[in-house]
Design a protein. Structure first.
Length: 188
C-alpha cells in the first residue's frame, strides 16, 4: 500500500525559507508553478464522512487524480495515497461528475519542490492565499531531521490538510468563503 507521510510547517518569509533549503544542499526539482486543486465528493459528503479524499490536481502541465485514505494518528500525518496521472483534467472532472461526484472544495497555491540526491524525501514551499508553508514528505526520521536542520521542532508540525487550515483561517478571521483561491476564478 503506498503511504504518504508528511508535515507542514508555517513560514513567515518565503525567501529565507528557500535560502535555508538551498543551504542544506537541496536543489530545485520543480520550479515554482501554479497548482490548482479540486476535492470531489458526493452530494451527501460520503467520502468526507469516511475521512477519505478524492482530489484532482493541475500542477504546471501535469494533472493528477489522487485518492487519500483516512489519517493514522501519530507525530506525522500518515495515510494511504494512490495517484495516477491524467492527460486531461477537464475530461477527468467530467468523468467524476458523471459518477455523481462534485467539487466540494477548490484551493490553489504556488509550489516549488526541492530534492537532494541520495535522500528519500521532498521539501516543498507552498505559497497559499492563507499563508506560506513548507511541506516535508518522506520517511519519519528524514522529516524530523530536515525539520530540525531548518530550525523547527515537533511542536511546529502541522498535520492538517489545506482544507482544514482554510476552515481554521476563516473562523479566526470571521470570513466566509467556499474555496481557498487567490481570486475568484471559474475552474472545473
Amino acid at each position: 500500500m503506498p503511504v504518504e507521510i508528511e508535515i507542514k510547517l508555517p513560514v513567515s518569509n518565503v525567501e529565507s525559507a528557500r535560502a535555508a533549503i538551498l543551504g542544506l544542499g537541496y536543489t530545485v526539482h520543480h520550479e515554482r508553478a501554479h497548482e490548482w486543486n479540486a476535492v470531489f465528493d458526493s452530494r451527501d459528503l460520503r467520502l468526507r464522512g469516511k475521512g477519505v479524499l478524492l482530489r484532482l490536481r493541475q500542477f504546471g502541465p501535469t494533472a493528477t487524480l489522487t485518492f487519500k485514505g483516512a489519517s493514522v494518528d501519530g507525530r506525522h500525518k500518515q495515510r494511504e495515497e494512490i495517484e495516477t496521472a491524467v492527460s486531461d483534467a477537464e475530461a477527468a472532472a467530467l468523468i467524476l461528475d458523471r459518477l455523481g461526484l462534485r467539487p466540494v472544495f477548490r484551493y490553489e497555491k504556488y509550489r516549488t519542490e526541492y530534492t537532494k540526491p541520495g535522500e528519500h524525501g521532498i521539501v516543498t514551499v507552498d505559497e497559499t492565499p492563507i499563508g506560506n508553508f513548507l511541506e516535508l514528505e518522506g520517511p519519519p526520521a528524514w522529516i524530523d531531521n530536515v525539520a530540525g536542520l531548518l530550525g523547527f521542532q515537533e511542536r511546529d508540525y502541522i498535520k492538517l490538510s489545506y482544507g482544514a487550515l482554510y476552515n481554521q483561517h476563516c473562523q479566526s478571521t470571521g470570513t466566509k468563503a467556499a474555496d481557498m483561491l487567490f481570486e475568484a476564478k471559474a475552474h472545473v
